[in-house]
Design a protein around this ligand. Structure first.
Ligand SMILES: Nc1nc2c(ncn2[C@@H]2O[C@H](COP(=O)(O)OP(=O)(O)OP(=O)(O)O)[C@@H](O)[C@H]2O)c(=O)[nH]1
Ligand SMILES: [Mg+2]
Length: 460
């Protein structure tokens, strides 16, 4: 009898616990809703995500940013990584789980010297594979932002930003000799950015704000979370628009860690640019991914660390000229010295061809060829005006970078961000380090000069 009652209680207990599990699952699934957003009409018409219902109560925070106009293309790519890694962190925080990063268009960068072609307000999709970037975090191009704004607020409305922060370094970065993360308001100087509510943002005439704050700022991207919390409106907001100007002031949380490399790996180039570079490699350098052992998985998430890449039978030299001849003349070689250093490497590597990526003049290139008469010296030049118009200066620079990323051996310019981006690309493709991390010296007579830093790739 006692045994029986024990059995009943045990069965009862099992029954009740099963019931509880079922109920809690119903409750749990009723907390989840599927939200679908319109995407790319060809590849992924809709992206659906499961959201907890309480996440849906949170506002959508649109985080826009911009970089100091004088900064070049390749530093801007680095600022993007800081912001993307930050956004990925922010989306884990309560109140920000639906945050999105809005990509600032590219407009008339100082190094883009083809003034006969229109290079204003170019979207990121012109240079990068946005679908790939979206697989790292929730980023949208400016045209997508406008479409979303229109959906939320109707056609032909001004874009009214809730908050704009213009960042500036502190005059004294070290307080009592220590660097502490902090920000502090200061009186805004007169500026072109903002005038009576109207905001100059990439030449768009429809941006405005009533809340423009100037801040001294020092610290990593994570400090932006504190900033967003500090200035959060006490009103209930369904959507919040925040713009950070001079985002290059914001530092990396941790440069070169796994997060950095994931964001970096997701920044694959636009397929059209890869195709142009691929044709050049095939036609002029007899180089292909199969042959060169540079085949990459279709998705960056499937990449694994290795160092088996071989590269095509050519050396690539990135020879930075233009402003480097003035600002960095102590470390930038003459064309003759660069030629002599290239020659030594070609002989050492048993190669006969050098691909030159450079912002040099035609005259400088002509001289370089003359110093390397016994070798083949090639560079990428658009085959027609139409192609130049389609690629634009930024696209041509990326084609150069792609071709360099597939060379057997690479040598770059000291302290050039352009060179650093090629190092990274080759790290992702999987070259042995010694075929990548090479730097020109000022003179071929002093090859013990200071070299660029080696930042090897890391994976989870
Ligand atoms: N096509 C082409 N353009 C180049 C080359 N090197 C430099 N440029 C142009 O000059 C710009 C250089 O500016 P950044 O991209 O900031 O790189 P950097 O000036 O080398 O490095 P930092 O001064 O440290 O930022 C590039 O964005 C290109 O527009 C090259 O090899 N090929
Ligand atoms: Mg620069």
């Amino acid at each position: 009898m006692r045994l029986h009652s024990f059995k009943v209680t045990l069965l009862d207990q099992i029954y009740y616990s099963l019931l509880l599990v079922t109920i809690s699952q119903i409750v749990h699934t009723s907390h989840i809703r599927e939200i679908c957003e319109k995407r790319d009409i060809f590849f992924e018409p809709f992206r659906c995500q499961l959201y907890d219902v309480d996440v849906l109560d949170e506002p959508i925070t649109y985080l826009l940013y911009d970089v100091n106009p004088s900064e070049g293309f390749n530093l801007r790519r680095d600022v993007y990584i800081r912001m993307a890694v930050f956004l990925e962190f922010l989306r884990t925080q309560q109140g920000y789980r639906r945050a999105k990063l809005v990509l600032p268009p590219w407009s008339n960068l100082v190094h883009w010297r083809s003034h006969n072609i229109d290079q204003t307000q170019l979207f990121w999709s012109h240079f990068f594979d946005l679908r790939s970037m979206k697989q790292y975090t929730n980023v949208i191009d400016m045209d997508e932002f406008f479409a979303e704004y229109e959906r939320l607020h109707g056609l032909d409305t001004e874009v009214m930003l809730d908050e704009v922060y213009k960042l500036k370094h502190f005059e004294n970065m070290f307080e009592n000799g220590v660097f502490v993360d902090k920000f502090e308001e200061h009186v805004c100087p007169k500026s072109h950015d903002y005038d009576a509510g109207a905001l100059a943002y990439f030449g768009y005439a429809n941006f405005s704000t009533e809340d423009f704050t100037c801040l001294h700022f020092q610290g990593s991207a994570m400090l932006l979370h504190k900033l967003l919390e500090t200035y959060k409106s006490p009103r209930i907001q369904h959507v919040r628009y925040v713009l950070v100007l001079n985002a290059e002031i914001v530092l990396h949380d941790l440069w070169g860690n796994v997060d950095y490399w994931e964001a970096r790996r997701s920044m694959r180039f636009a397929p059209e640019l890869i195709e142009v570079a691929g044709r050049f490699r095939a036609d002029l350098l007899d180089s292909s991914d199969q042959q060169d052992r540079t085949v990459r998985p279709t998705r960056w998430m499937d990449e694994r660390g290795h160092r088996n890449a071989r590269g095509g039978d050519y050396l690539c030299a990135h020879i930075r000229r233009a402003d480097f001849l003035y600002g960095r003349d102590k470390t930038t070689p003459t064309i003759q010295s660069a030629a002599l250093q290239i020659r030594a490497k070609l002989l050492e590597q048993g190669l006969k061809t050098v691909f030159v990526a450079s912002d040099c003049s035609r005259m400088e290139f002509y001289n370089l060829k003359n110093y390397l008469k016994r070798f083949r010296v090639v560079r990428f030049v658009p085959e027609s005006y139409e192609q130049r118009l389609a690629l634009k200066d930024g696209g041509i620079a990326i084609v150069d970078q792609i071709i360099c990323s597939h060379a057997r051996y690479f040598i770059g310019t000291y302290e050039s961000t352009f060179t650093y981006r090629i190092y990274e690309e080759r790290e992702i493709i999987g070259f042995p380090k010694e075929l990548t991390f090479n730097t020109f010296c000022k003179s071929e007579k002093d090859m013990n000069c200071e070299k660029n830093t080696v930042w090897p790739i890391v994976y989870h």
